[in-house]
Design a protein around this ligand. Structure first.
Ligand code: AMP
Length: 211
């Protein structure tokens, strides 16, 4: 199965992509995580994209498309894959059409102001990139990642002024992708306003999985 998760920054793409990944046993490819890994490791790519990401702008298509192609060529992606945060432009969507046949595109629909409130409490593990929320999805031990034990922090681009720009970029460049996929009948709009469990149920139903 090949799935795409669309949605505004902070809509819950990563969280719900990971639930589906655990259930189906296929990997999530997150463009944002791959780019942050490159920054953390200080690679030439990381140095090239850090400033762009810190401002909440999109990394050029040729970079993300190349990253995705390399990742998709890995054996773990042979049985299916879940894209989180890719494609983010029409150019990326068209490139993806030429590489894989996507089965379902889930668009998590959450109003900007609801997300802004949620993002206030978002914490991220700088090492394994698992995300938490102080109230809705807290780690077992305060401030510590459940998965790898690293101290949690706030992502540089989760600061309110950068988040505002990320919304603008989403509405201008990413949202038009919905039309691209609705024309193919693959697009499923899912309300991401509910609590995590309810939204997860809606996501599984939209994909056609009975748990
Ligand atoms: P995310 O972790 O998905 O919220 O992405 C964080 C940041 O990474 C975005 O604000 C962009 O700067 C960059 N990024 C992630 N995915 C893409 C993409 N598909 N195209 C361009 N830039 C991306």
């Amino acid at each position: 199965m090949k799935l795409v998760f669309l949605g505004a920054p902070g809509a819950g793409k990563g969280t719900h992509a990971n639930f589906v990944s655990d259930y189906l046993g296929i990997p999530v490819i997150s463009a944002g995580n791959l780019l942050r890994d490159a920054i953390r490791l200080g690679t030439p790519l990381g140095k090239q994209v850090k400033g762009i990401m810190d401002q909440g702008n999109l990394v050029p298509d040729e970079i993300t498309i190349k990253l995705m192609k390399e990742k998709l060529a890995e054996p773990e992606c042979a049985n299916g894959v879940i894209f989180d945060g890719f494609p983010r432009t029409i150019g990326q969507a068209e490139a993806l059409d030429g590489i894989v046949d996507v089965d379902v595109v889930i668009s998590l629909e959450v109003p900007d102001e609801v997300i802004m409130k949620r993002m206030e409490g978002r914490l991220t593990c700088p090492k394994c990139q698992t995300t938490y929320h102080i109230v809705c999805n807290p780690p077992k031990e305060e401030g510590i990642c459940d998965v790898c034990g690293t101290a949690l922090g706030v992502r540089d681009d989760d600061k309110p002024e950068v988040v505002r720009n990320r919304f603008k970029v989403y509405h201008e460049l990413t949202e038009p992708i919905k039309e691209h996929y609705s024309a193919t009948g693959k697009l499923k709009l899912v309300s991401g306003r509910e609590n995590v469990q309810e939204t997860s149920d809606l996501v599984f139903k939209a994909i056609g999985i009975k748990r």
